[in-house]
Design a protein around this ligand. Structure first.
Ligand code: SF4
Length: 371
C-alpha cells in the first residue's frame, strides 16, 4: 500500500493521499431532515472507524438540517450533491467535503455550461476549506462528454470524464480534490482506476463498487475490486456500499477493515468477480430512498431468487428515482422504488409499476415465464 505518491487532500481532521493511511468512509441512510437520527448515525459510524461520513442533500431543508447535524457530531462530514449543485453554497460552511457527479451537473440550469457550475463549486469550497470529490458513476456518465485523449483511443468514457474535470479544476488552481470512478462490475472498477492512476498518478482516488449489494456478495465484489488496486498502490480512501439496514451500516466499516487487513497480509482477491450466474446488484440506500421497505425488498428478492441462482441474469434493485432509472439500464431486470410503488424494467424497457406487495411475485412470474 501507499506506493502511489498522490497529493495530500485534507478532509476535516483527516487527510488522504501522500503517505496517509487508507481512509474508510461510509454514508448515512437516514432522512437528512431527521436531524437527531442522522447526527446519531454519523457519530456511530465515526466511532466505528469511518474517517468521513457522507450525507445526501437534495433540498434547502436538507441543507438547513446540516447546520444542526454539524453541531451534534464530531464526524468529518461530506455531502453528496446529485442534481442540485446550487446547494453547495448552503452546505459548505458545515461540511468538510462536497461530492459532485459530472454526469448530473446538467440537470439544474441546463443552459449554463458545466465549467461555470464547477467554477462556482470550487470557489465555494475554497472559501469554506472544503475538499471536493469528483464522483463519476457508470450509471450516469456525462451525456455531453466530448473530451478525448488523442494518443490513446482505449480510455473508458468514465475515465475521460474524470480527467476532463480534474484538468478543469487544476486550471482553477485548486488542489484539494480527489476522484472516484465507480461501476457495479468489479473488473471494470479495477480497469478504470488503473487507467486513471496511470494518467493522473498525482490525484488521490476514492475506491468503491457502486451498488455492491447484500452481504456476502457485496463484500466479495468489493474485495475483488479494491484489494488488487490497493496492492498495486492505487487508492487512498474507500467506501464499501452494502445494502444493510440503517442500524447495521457499520458493517461497511468492518468490510473496509477486512480489505485493509487482507492487503496488509497479501491475502489479495484475484481481481475477478467469479459471477456464477444470477447477479443481484442493489444500492446501499441513502437519505433519498423513497420507501423504508427498500432494504427488506432487496433481501426478499435475494431470498426468492435463490432457486434461480443458476440463471445468467442480472437483477438491479435501487432505492430511488434519482439513480434508479439510469443504474438499472444494463440489467436484465431493473427495479427502483417510488414512495408507494415500485417500477420494473426488463432489458432497459419499463414494464410497469407495481405495489410493494405485488412486485416480487410479478418479477418471479416474468423471469420464469419469459426467460
Ligand atoms: S439509488 Fe437512490 S437511494 Fe440508492 S444509494 Fe443511490 S441515491 Fe441513494
Amino acid at each position: 500500500m501507499g506506493k502511489n505518491q498522490t497529493r495530500l487532500v485534507r478532509i476535516g481532521s483527516i487527510a488522504i493521499g501522500a503517505n496517509e493511511p487508507i481512509a474508510i468512509q461510509s454514508m448515512a441512510a437516514t432522512k437528512t431532515v431527521d436531524i437527531e437520527a442522522t447526527a446519531a448515525t454519523c457519530q456511530h459510524l465515526s466511532d466505528a472507524g469511518a474517517a468521513v461520513v457522507r450525507i445526501a442533500v437534495d433540498t434547502q431543508r436538507d441543507a438547513d438540517a446540516l447546520k444542526e447535524i454539524r453541531k451534534r457530531t464530531t464526524a468529518n462530514l461530506s455531502v453528496d450533491l446529485q442534481e442540485n449543485y446550487k446547494l453547495a453554497e448552503s452546505v459548505a460552511p458545515y461540511v468538510d467535503k462536497i461530492r459532485y457527479n459530472p454526469g448530473h451537473l446538467h440537470h439544474a440550469e441546463p443552459n449554463v455550461a458545466w465549467q461555470k457550475k464547477v467554477e462556482r463549486i470550487v470557489q465555494i469550497c475554497r472559501e469554506n476549506d472544503c475538499a471536493i470529490r469528483v464522483g463519476v458513476n457508470c450509471g450516469s456518465v456525462d451525456p455531453n462528454l466530448s473530451y478525448s485523449i488523442d494518443a490513446d483511443k482505449n480510455i473508458d468514457p468514465m475515465v475521460l470524464s474524470a480527467i476532463e474535470h480534474a484538468e478543469f479544476i487544476d486550471s482553477l488552481n485548486f488542489t484539494q480534490f480527489c476522484v472516484s470512478i465507480k461501476s457495479s462490475d468489479p473488473a471494470t472498477v479495477v480497469a478504470v482506476n488503473r487507467q486513471f492512476a496511470r494518467i493522473r498518478p498525482d490525484i488521490p482516488l476514492h475506491l468503491g463498487v457502486t451498488e455492491a449489494g447484500l452481504i456476502p456478495e457485496g463484500i466479495i465484489k468489493s474485495q475483488a475490486a479494491i484489494e488488487p488496486l490497493l496492492a498495486e498502490g492505487i487508492g487512498n480512501t474507500m467506501r464499501i456500499s452494502l445494502t444493510v439496514p440503517n442500524n447495521r451500516k457499520d458493517e461497511e466499516i468492518k468490510a473496509g477493515k477486512l480489505i485493509l487487513e487482507n492487503v496488509k497480509n497479501s491475502n489479495i482477491h484475484s481481481g475477478k468477480w467469479q459471477q456464477a450466474a444470477l447477479n443481484i446488484v442493489s444500492c446501499p440506500s441513502c437519505a433519498r430512498v423513497e420507501n423504508d421497505r427498500f432494504v427488506q425488498l432487496a433481501e426478499l428478492i435475494y431470498e426468492k431468487t435463490r432457486e434461480l441462482k443458476d440463471r445468467q441474469l442480472t437483477i438491479a434493485v435501487m432505492g430511488c428515482r434519482v439513480n434508479g432509472p439510469g443504474e438499472t439500464d444494463n440489467a436484465d431486470f431493473g427495479i427502483w422504488c417510488g414512495t408507494k410503488s415500485v417500477n420494473l424494467k426488463k432489458q432497459g424497457t419499463l414494464i410497469g409499476t407495481f405495489s410493494y406487495d405485488e412486485i416480487v411475485p410479478k418479477l418471479l412470474e416474468i423471469i420464469t415465464t419469459n426467460q
